[in-house]
Design a protein around this ligand. Structure first.
Ligand code: G6P
Length: 371
């Protein structure tokens, strides 16, 4: 009913709007005054966490993209090697896992069969399993050694939005805690990132206030045959997620690429008028930024219609951008939390413009409990 949707036409729109609160709720009370991480259900001691010499993240769909993002933060902050694998691949191979491996299973529903089976596969080999989940008491957390719940609240729309952002936050909290128990000293970096995380709900709210032009753009691009998304570093999984959303909701051909790979194939796809979303890394001291500016020039020269997501105040890409989507200034690792939001809105509006059911896309289920 309309009341359940909080006055929005679709659950997805309501859930997109709830993201600032979902992030704030997920961060709330995570660290005790002594700086200890509070996991909801914890059967792993600090000694267990110190023993970890490898992390493997397993997940499906949008939750898998969270894993890809988390890898950058986990390896950067903890120096523990981190692999990310689709649950459906992990479970059917012979992965190298033992008691010093920590497997992180990310699942909104906690019921995805492939993720559950991958988790069991890991546990049989004595891995320590940590779940990141949005559904209290579901199967995946019940079968794990520890759980960090995301407090996104119920997610009804099939396409995941607020669960995605809160899962990113949850992986970062775990990474920061691992760094802490393992005695890694980064001076001010970790304190600063915690403070920056606290500011993300406001940053996401700011993005939400400025998405009307993105809706307009979706309506303009309604008849595009294909849409590409490119990014680098954590912007790469954001590109994958942007493309996935468009497939799920608008049934459009869409692909996400690592911008550095363009020259190895995807650039051949560029033709006059092809819409390409570009996630530009924050300027700062980041060398990635300049690489991305040359990528935009390259595709623009070949006729792409460039839609550039870039932090406010950065006008270096303006000459090559057909559309600019401004993002609040945040550190590189936190950029996915703001950059994904316009892409969610774009897909949602595209589906609406095409007359599709936004909350119940064809052929898809919210939770895939079959293999
Ligand atoms: C389904 C949903 C996706 C979701 C995926 C994983 O395919 O349609 O939105 O990302 O399952 O779900 P999970 O509940 O394990 O995060």
């Amino acid at each position: 009913s309309a009341a359940e949707k909080g006055g929005y036409d679709y659950f997805m729109l309501k859930e997109i709007a709830e993201q600032p609160k979902a992030i704030a709720d997920t961060l709330l009370g995570r660290f005790t005054p002594e700086g200890r991480l509070h996991l909801d259900e914890m059967r792993l001691s600090d000694d267990d966490l110190r023993e970890v010499d490898k992390i493997i993240i397993i997940a499906c769909g949008t939750s898998f993209h969270v894993g890809l993002i988390a890898k950058y933060a986990i390896e950067h902050w903890t120096r523990i090697p981190c692999e990310v694998e689709l649950a459906s691949e992990f479970r059917y191979r012979d992965p190298i896992v033992d008691r010093s491996t920590m497997v992180i299973a990310i699942s909104q529903s906690g019921e995805t069969m492939d993720t559950l089976m991958a988790l069991r596969h890991a546990r049989e080999q004595k891995a320590k399993v940590l779940a990141i989940c949005n559904t209290n008491g579901s199967t995946i957390p019940r079968e794990s050694d520890a759980v960090l719940y995301t407090y996104a609240g119920p997610e009804i729309a099939v396409a995941s939005t607020k669960a995605f952002l809160t899962q990113i936050v949850a992986t970062y909290v775990i990474a920061l805690y691992l760094a802490q128990v393992r005695g890694i000293k980064y001076g001010d970096e970790i304190t600063a990132i915690l403070a920056d995380l606290e500011k993300t709900p406001a940053a996401v709210a700011k993005v939400l206030e400025s998405v009307e032009p993105v809706r307009q753009l979706a309506r303009e691009l309604k008849d595009a045959k294909s849409v590409l998304f490119i990014g680098r570093h954590v912007g790469y999984p954001v590109a994958l997620e942007g493309a996935l959303k468009l497939k799920e909701l608008a049934y459009m051909h869409a692909e996400g690429f690592a911008a550095g790979e363009l020259k190895h194939g995807p650039i051949a796809l560029i033709e006059e008028g092809l819409p390409v979303f570009v996630v530009v890394p924050p300027k700062g001291r980041d060398v990635l930024h300049d690489k991305m500016v040359s990528n935009i020039q390259e595709i623009r020269a070949r006729g792409a219609r460039t839609i550039v997501l870039v932090e406010e105040g950065d006008h270096s890409v303006d000459p090559y951008a057909d559309h600019v989507i401004r993002l609040p200034k945040v550190p590189t690792l936190l950029q996915p939390l703001v950059a994904t939001v316009p892409l969610q809105v774009f897909s949602c509006e595209m589906a609406t413009a095409k007359g599709h059911d936004v909350d119940q896309p064809r052929n898809l289920a919210k939770s895939v409990t079959v293999e």
